[in-house]
Design a protein around this ligand. Structure first.
Ligand SMILES: Nc1ncnc2c1ncn2[C@@H]1O[C@H](COP(=O)(O)OP(=O)(O)O)[C@@H](O)[C@H]1O
Ligand SMILES: [Mg+2]
Length: 325
């Protein structure tokens, strides 16, 4: 088997923050804490977790927008901690991003054409070629070429997100990181954008990491699901297993919290998770989900759960995993 497209080992990103207005000193925020995760070429990995669990920080590490404080990440053969300028240039072409807020993806003073051309021009693509490619990618996202001269304020949220996707495609990436790409859009438009993303993935055999709040969406589109809780990866595995028969009590809590779409399943019993995730500051030993977990025992309070491999490609960080034979 070929090497994974993305291979993370014990990736950490800790921030130092001030203790507050009337206190001296700093404290540590463990936004990403020892994450080990591999993504194969052409795979769609859905990344879920409550707000503040470190999803965007992990994405920013992979995009080299922020430096890891520990661990290793190898992306398409490039080791981030040892990368030369040349390696980084290659990675910046190969890995593209679309953020949640369409407006923040684009400069309000630039036309669609120059927004799409900018990354190409920065990477030394001749202007004539970049112009040609801008037309090509705009068609790939099913937009009329008349929009080349538009400014962001003249476009709808869905159109802006299509343009952000077109721009991400301009350098023919291998990997796309989509951070809540549809969260800011109307429901009807969300489905169109998701379907567009899935079509593009299939056509170009792209590798996707999709961060989303929408659990029904993640089950529907992902090959694998990765679940984060307070900076840690608590479960990772095939989407049907993690989505329908989760092993981590937190994953179960999340899946139970998703609205039931199938009327035949409406009678199903659900456990609604109580409490909130709490703070990433001054974390104590033991499982971070301890206080909210109905299966917790003393053992969970005392030590950090180790990663257990339940089946090939299915890992869970829990002492009492559910749904195992
Ligand atoms: N630049 C930063 N400085 C300090 N803390 C940060 C910084 N960026 C993110 N954080 C903190 O890291 C944690 C994870 O944030 P984030 O990755 O945005 O989570 P998510 O995307 O899952 O909502 C949060 O507690 C957030 O406040
Ligand atoms: Mg985020």
């Amino acid at each position: 088997m070929s090497a994974p497209m993305i291979e993370m080992k014990d990736v950490q990103k800790y921030f130092r923050v001030s203790k507050g207005l009337f206190k001296t000193g700093t404290e540590q925020v463990k936004a990403v804490d020892h994450i080990t995760l591999s993504v194969e070429e052409g795979e769609i990995v859905g990344l879920v977790g409550e707000s503040g669990s470190g999803k965007t920080t992990l994405a920013r590490v992979l995009l080299s927008l922020t430096k890891m404080t520990g661990g290793d990440a190898v992306i398409d053969g490039v080791d981030l901690s040892k990368a030369t300028h040349r390696d980084m240039d290659k990675l910046h072409r190969e890995i593209a991003v679309v953020f949640q807020d369409p407006a923040s993806n684009l400069n309000p003073r630039e036309t669609v054409e120059s927004s799409i051309m900018r990354p190409m021009v920065i990477h030394g693509v001749p202007r004539s070629k970049a112009k040609e490619k801008a037309r090509e990618v705009l068609q790939m996202v099913k937009m009329d070429l008349k929009y080349l001269d538009s400014f962001p304020h003249q476009l709808s949220g869905g159109q802006l997100q299509r343009i952000a996707i077109a721009r991400a495609l301009a350098l023919s990436p291998k990997i796309m990181i989509l951070d809540e790409p549809t969260s800011a859009l109307d429901v009807s438009v969300q489905a169109q954008i998701l379907n567009l993303l899935l079509d593009l993935q299939e056509q170009m055999h792209l590798t996707y990491i999709i961060i989303t709040h929408d659990l029904n969406v993640i089950k529907y589109i992902s090959d694998k699901i990765a679940v984060m809780y307070l900076g840690q990866l608590v479960e990772f595995g095939p989407a049907d297993v993690v989505g329908n028969h989760p092993s981590h009590p937190y994953t179960k809590g999340l899946m139970d919290a998703a609205p039931i779409l199938d009327p035949r399943d409406r009678g199903k019993e659900k456990e609604i998770m109580k409490g909130d995730p709490g703070s990433l500051i001054d974390l104590k030993a033991g499982c971070r989900f301890y206080a909210r977990c109905r299966y917790a025992t003393d053992e969970c309070k005392e030590k950090d759960p180790e990663n257990r491999i339940l089946a090939p490609g299915h890992q869970v960080a829990c002492v009492h995993p559910l749904n195992i034979e």
